[in-house]
Design a protein around this ligand. Structure first.
Ligand SMILES: Nc1ncnc2c1ncn2[C@@H]1O[C@H](COP(=O)(O)OP(=O)(O)OP(=O)(O)O)[C@@H](O)[C@H]1O
Length: 418
């Protein structure tokens, strides 16, 4: 999937970005919210307790955030719930004023923050989109033309004359994102758009990200989807309780985020417990997951996924049986596959040879941490295991909807009046 030319293209992109002028300068920005201990609901309460409003807690939502995002950069902001991501985007968009520090933007901004920002809930989607486009500098005629494209992208054709206050939050986010990408802005702020759509909408967003990335737009992207971070971002920032923990390459940040959530599970060296077989004839030296042609530690559900192992042969082995099992966080085996069940001839190996075994499948999995157990056995009846290494590779799968089920199978649904 990934090839030498694309690696070379990415290297050139990196060089270009390093030399590009700044698009967004965040200069030691801090933001604190005051949370009053008591709030007055009636005048009587206020008169009876005049001193009550004096006490409040301070919530340091952003602490000395300092970063320069370059023109043309796809920059990710990741962190756990409540870590300050949206507050930072709102400071960039000028919705919040920082208490300390300052934000400097170069170029035109298209903020797509969240439900309601820039939209009037009492107007229909049609009016909101047209007004928004006019405010962003389009003529009325251009705005009406853009409207059709917005509605088509958001898949909201049936709801264009519905007032926005009657939209679900998912519908509003889709509309907001579709509007933001129509405007020919230099800097786009995108907050959690992948969390609101089904797989088809996500795919459309991915295609749009690819287009925007190639066209040299600067994108600041908040998400919990580490697969999207790894796929699109040039750099990313990990933020925790308002503190910037790290700004680095997407793979490093995705892994750090994962470790923050799940402890140091991913890419841990496995213990020798959970190893079976005598490893005399062969040994499994490595196992990993791949998506989009690269090793991954996390992916979104529904992605094409490859589980892989590398086996080193110490002795000649005929037609070994390679197998994988995948277990979820609570230890359920959700998937098992074997070359024997598949009827695959695996070949003859001489001492000193190596084999890489890849199994491709569609990861229709629920949100969980998954562990891969690869094994190699001798052909024939009965399990004569040469090597089996429990939980050798780890993968975090992120699903946008929590259904409580262990699989996210694609399905269709029909309702008929009976
Ligand atoms: N207007 C506000 N008034 C008071 N507190 C706020 C306000 N906006 C955000 N906060 C608080 O600031 C902290 C950071 O919130 P923020 O929305 O930036 O987090 P986030 O990283 O975007 O979270 P999530 O992933 O859940 O969207 C949270 O503790 C939140 O409760």
């Amino acid at each position: 999937m990934s090839s030498a030319p694309s690696t070379a293209r990415e290297a050139r992109r990196k060089e270009r970005l390093a030399a590009a002028p700044p698009a967004v300068e965040v200069d030691h920005v801090s933001k604190t919210f005051r949370l009053p201990h008591q709030q007055f609901h009636t005048l009587k309460e206020r008169v009876l307790h005049p001193m009550r409003s004096m006490t409040y807690d301070e919530l340091h939502a952003l602490k000395d955030v300092d970063v320069t995002i370059r023109q043309g950069e796809f920059f990710g902001i990741v962190g756990r719930n409540g870590s300050g991501k949206s507050t930072l985007l709102k400071c960039l968009a000028g919705i919040y004023r920082p208490d300390h520090g300052r934000v400097k933007l170069h170029g035109r901004l298209s903020p797509f923050i969240e439900l309601g920002v820039g939209f009037n809930p009492d107007l229909t989607a049609r009016d909101n989109v047209v007004i928004n486009a006019v405010m962003m500098g389009l003529t009325r005629r251009e705005a009406r033309r853009a409207f059709d494209q917005v509605v088509e992208f958001a898949e909201l054709q049936e709801f264009v004359d519905l007032k926005l206050k009657n939209y679900s939050s998912g519908m509003a986010v889709r509309l907001g994102f579709a509007t933001a990408i129509q405007v020919d802005a230099d800097v786009l702020l995108v907050d959690e758009v992948l969390a609101v759509g089904d797989a088809a909408f996500q795919q459309k967003c991915f295609e749009e990200f690819t287009r925007l990335r190639a066209s040299g737009k600067t994108i600041v992207f908040v998400t919990h989807d580490m697969a999207a971070v790894e796929r699109f971002c040039d750099r990313a920032m990990l933020i925790e309780r308002g503190d910037v923990l790290d700004i680095a390459g997407p793979h490093e940040i995705a892994q750090a985020y994962n470790e923050l959530n799940f402890g140091r599970l991913v890419h841990d060296t496995p213990t020798e417990e959970g190893r079976y077989g005598d490893q005399v004839a062969c040994e499994i030296s490595d196992a990993w997951f791949e998506a989009f042609g690269e090793r991954v530690a996390q992916i979104g559900t529904g992605t094409g996924l490859t589980a892989a192992m590398r086996v080193h042969f110490h002795q000649a082995v005929e037609n070994p049986v390679f197998a994988f099992t995948l277990r979820n966080e609570i230890g359920h085996t959700v998937f098992a596959a074997s070359s024997e069940w598949k009827g695959t001839e695996t070949g003859s190996y001489a001492a000193g040879e190596e084999a890489v075994v890849r199994m491709e499948f569609h990861a229709v999995l629920a949100t969980s941490l998954y562990k891969l157990t690869p094994s190699v056995a001798r052909a024939g009846s009965g399990a004569d295991t040469m090597d089996l290494r429990e939980d050798l590779a780890t993968l975090y799968v992120h699903a946008t909807q929590d259904t409580g089920a262990i699989l996210h199978l694609p399905y269709s649904l029909e309702v008929e009046r009976g």
